[in-house]
Write a protein that binds this ligand. Structure first.
Ligand code: ACO
Length: 330
């Protein structure tokens, strides 16, 4: 058995902030942001959403969409191990910006979604979070412990943004993505899942816990160049490691964490693969951290660009410094 993706869902806040909007509050401009990062706009949680709800409401919306699709598929007889949401036995949320220190966001979602029979916990691994969550759920399913799981990547890095630091403030957006997983003994599902931490560079990108007092708190600190160099070096390495399990089959898409279009281009070049195989939506969302991979997967699925049986390679990288890749048949 292994985990297969049954369905996907995603959610971003309504409020859009363009590069021009940012140029009104800091010394930056659309041209710099577009050419250095590829980003044109991002979605940011507005004041209308209470602090206690920011990650919760985005995650809940993404999960409801994914579960509704899974239930429609179950009704059509296409979801194998999943018959209905009461079959979900595990909820994992990857987030580094939870609304509460505890309970885990996963427990709040479990309650709101009525998933009574599930175990629920969070994972904190910044932009590599979704890879860690999906890999963990796959390991439980492979071990025969659970059959159906819900995994979520959700972050609102806007809550850690120092709006006075143009070097980081322009990069991030808020969002959530979710996947319903089921146990598969067929062709589709996770083939291999790899997670690494560099064991160095923990100080290259960090934000102190939110309970630090006002003076020292939270704003993100980043050595952008170091993170960039790490991503460009390590992402191709871990993708190559994952591809060893592909047995010569061609990957349709490399679905990378959306941090910077130049990182994606550099990875494509190092892998000697065409950019057409690297879908991206960073233009519209910025870097949504743990949410970027499931948001992009959801978009590809809804647009009919990925179909059952397609070979996909997902890869995430970021604070830690952590990085990973998952090769799967959709
Ligand atoms: N607008 C205008 N000018 C700017 C801005 C801005 N927003 N930000 C920086 N600049 C200026 C700098 O001050 C510098 O000016 P100077 O030459 O006069 O000193 C110049 O632009 C060049 O700055 P660099 O930092 O060298 O720009 P670079 O091309 O390296 O791009 C960037 C910076 C985009 C941050 C890049 O390093 C990067 O993408 N790094 C990776 C970051 C990342 O992906 N982090 C997230 C990881 S995921 C996670 O775990 C959260």
């Amino acid at each position: 058995m292994k985990a297969e993706i049954i369905s996907l869902g995603a959610s971003v806040p309504e409020k859009t902030v363009t590069n021009d909007d940012l140029s009104k509050i800091m010394d930056t401009n659309d041209e710099w942001i577009r050419t250095r990062t590829g980003i044109r706009e991002r979605h940011i949680s507005g004041e209308d959403i209470p602090d206690e709800e920011k990650i919760f409401s985005l995650s809940l919306d993404a999960c409801e969409k994914a579960l509704k699709r899974a239930e429609e598929m179950a009704e059509a007889g296409a979801a194998r191990s999943f018959k209905g949401r009461e079959d979900i036995e595990l909820v994992i949320v990857a987030t580094s910006t939870p609304d509460f220190s505890f309970p885990a966001t996963a427990c709040r979602l479990q309650e709101a979604l009525g998933l009574k029979a599930a175990a629920a916990f969070d994972i904190s691994l910044a932009c590599t979070g979704f890879i860690a969550a999906l890999g963990t759920a796959d390991a439980y399913i492979r071990a025969g412990i659970y059959k159906n799981a819900l995994v979520v990547g959700a972050d609102a890095l806007s809550r850690l943004t120092d709006w006075g630091d143009r070097g980081t403030a322009v990069l991030f957006g808020d969002g959530a993505g979710a996947a319903v997983l089921g146990a598969s003994d067929g062709d589709s599902g996770v083939i291999t899942s790899i997670l690494h931490s560099a064991g160095s560079g923990a100080g290259a990108l960090y934000s102190k816990a939110m309970y630090f007092n006002e003076a020292e708190k939270a704003a993100m600190a980043m050595d952008g160049k170091r993170v960039y160099d790490f991503a460009v070096r390590k992402t191709p390495e871990v993708i190559r490691e994952a591809l060893e399990a592909a047995e010569g089959q061609e990957v349709k898409f490399f679905v990378l964490h959306q941090a910077n279009i130049r990182i994606i281009e550099a990875v494509a070049k190092r892998l000697k693969e065409p950019m057409e195989k690297f879908p991206h939506n960073i233009e519209r969302y910025g870097n949504t951290s743990a949410a970027s991979i499931p948001i992009l997967l959801d978009e590809l699925s809804r647009e009919g660009k990925i179909e059952k049986g397609d070979l996909l390679c997902l890869s995430g990288f970021g604070a830690g410094l952590a990085y990973g890749a998952i090769l799967l048949k959709y």
